[in-house]
Design a protein around this ligand. Structure first.
Ligand SMILES: [Zn+2]
Length: 230
């Protein structure tokens, strides 16, 4: 069993360079977006409305001459305030720190597996603000087992998916859903690496509160270690 400290290094060693995950778009088409609470621009966007958020993303891509806006690992965000799915009565338990990487791109764009593995589980997590259709892959390299999660897909992505199905590097595992199915967000992929799935099926927390963040950052290392976008 690999030590948690060594897991990040292990993940980093699985790729030599950039790994396409959104269609086969090259990394020159990616632009880093700041969706943290420190981005004052977001104060002018109605984040409860997927359409105005989509407009914000579209404009960002246009200005940056890019097709994918990416970022968000360990990012403290204000966009979850709109949903009770993330907010409990106790403000200290408010979940607003993002644990995966988000890749914002057009709906129906193909999502490719960066690794070989098999389908662990899938589910439509259809709470407001949740992942919507979600697929989790299980990977084994030597004696190390870990998982990757793909959230905010189309409903159709799940209908063709079978538990245990083998997946090769570069296989299309689904397509980006739109706001009608993806938890009411602008279309994007939530991609997260998970060491210990903790018994979850088709779901795993993608956002943490402050008190649990140390555990989650260890269990879910920065996806860029694998994808090497920057
Ligand atoms: Zn996300």
């Amino acid at each position: 069993m690999i030590k948690i400290e060594a897991f990040s290094e292990f993940i980093s060693g699985l790729s030599n360079g950039f790994m396409p995950i959104i269609s086969s778009l090259p990394k020159e088409q990616y632009a880093l977006i700041d969706l943290s609470i420190t981005n004052k621009e977001l104060n002018t966007v109605d984040i409860s409305c997927a359409r105005s958020f989509e407009q914000y993303i579209r404009k960002f891509l246009e200005v940056n001459d890019a097709q994918v806006a990416y970022g968000g690992y360990n990012e403290k965000r204000g966009i979850y305030k709109r949903s009770t799915h993330f907010n409990q009565q106790d403000v200290n338990k408010e979940r607003n720190i993002h644990l995966g990487i988000d890749l914002w791109c057009n709906a129906n764009t193909a999502v490719l597996s960066p690794l070989c593995g098999k389908i662990h589980s899938f589910n439509n997590n259809d709470n407001y603000g949740d992942y919507g259709p979600t697929i989790i892959l299980e990977h084994q390299y030597d004696d190390v087992v870990f998982y990757t999660l793909y959230g905010h897909l189309t409903i159709d992505s799940l209908s063709k998916t079978m538990i245990g199905e083998e997946i090769s590097v570069g296989d299309t595992i689904g397509y980006l859903g739109d706001a009608d199915v993806n938890g009411e967000y602008a279309p994007h992929l939530h991609f997260q690496i998970i060491k210990d799935i903790q018994g979850n099926i088709g779901d795993y927390p993608g956002v943490s509160n402050k008190s649990d963040i140390a555990f989650y950052l260890q269990n879910c290392p920065d996806p860029n270690l694998l994808l090497k976008i920057y």
